[in-house]
Write a protein that binds this ligand. Structure first.
Ligand SMILES: [Zn+2]
Length: 163
C-alpha cells in the first residue's frame, strides 16, 4: 500500500475514532507512516534514516560515537543499523509494536500506527502476533484505492464539520 494512502487513512482514522483536530490528525498521519521504516524506500525511512544510506550511515555513526565517546551518536547509529536489518512487515507490523507505542506515544499517533497495520492486512499478510510466525490478512482487490477514497471522504466530512 502506498505511503500516501497510509498517511491519509491514519489521519481519517484518528479523526473518526478520536474526533481529532488538525494537530491530532497530523500526529496520526505521522504514526501511520512509521511501520514502514523497516523498508528503505518508504517515506518514513527516507525522511528519518536517509533510506538506503541508513546501514552505512548507522555503522559510521555507531563507530564515531564510540571513537569520540559520544553515546548519543552510538545510540542513533545503532537505531539506524537496527532498522536497516529489520525484515519488512516484521516486528514493526505487530500488535507488540502498537502496545509499546501506546505506552510512550500520544494516542492519535498510536491510532495512525494501528491503522497502517489494518490497511496492510487488506493488501497482504501481517504478523499481528509477532514473534509468532502466523500472518493474517485478506487481499481486497483495489484495496489501496478504496481505502484512499474512503479516507478522503471521511476527511472532507470532518473538514466541513470543523470549519
Ligand atoms: Zn506496512
Amino acid at each position: 500500500m502506498l505511503g500516501v494512502t497510509h498517511l491519509i487513512a491514519g489521519a481519517a482514522a484518528s479523526s473518526v475514532i478520536l474526533g481529532s483536530d488538525i494537530s491530532g490528525m497530523a500526529l496520526a498521519a505521522a504514526g501511520a507512516l512509521l511501520p514502514d521504516i523497516d523498508t528503505a524506500d518508504s517515506i518514513a525511512s527516507r525522511s528519518l534514516t536517509l533510506g538506503r544510506l541508513r546501514g552505512p550511515l548507522g555503522i559510521m555513526l555507531f563507530g564515531a560515537g564510540i571513537f569520540i565517546s559520544m553515546p548519543v551518536l552510538t545510540v542513533v547509529g545503532g537505531l539506524f543499523l537496527a532498522v536497516s536489518i529489520l525484515p519488512h512487515r516484521g516486528v514493526t507490523h505487530s500488535l507488540l509494536a502498537v502496545v509499546l507505542l501506546w505506552l510512550y506515544a500520544p494516542l492519535p499517533f498510536v491510532i495512525g500506527y494501528a491503522s497502517h497495520l489494518v490497511l496492510d492486512a487488506l493488501s497482504g499478510r501481517v504478523p499481528f502476533f509477532w514473534p509468532l510466525g502466523q500472518r493474517f490478512g485478506i487481499r481486497v482487490p483495489a484495496g489501496d484505492i478504496l481505502a484512499g477514497a474512503l479516507s478522503i471522504a471521511l476527511l472532507v466530512g470532518r473538514y466541513q464539520e470543523i470549519f
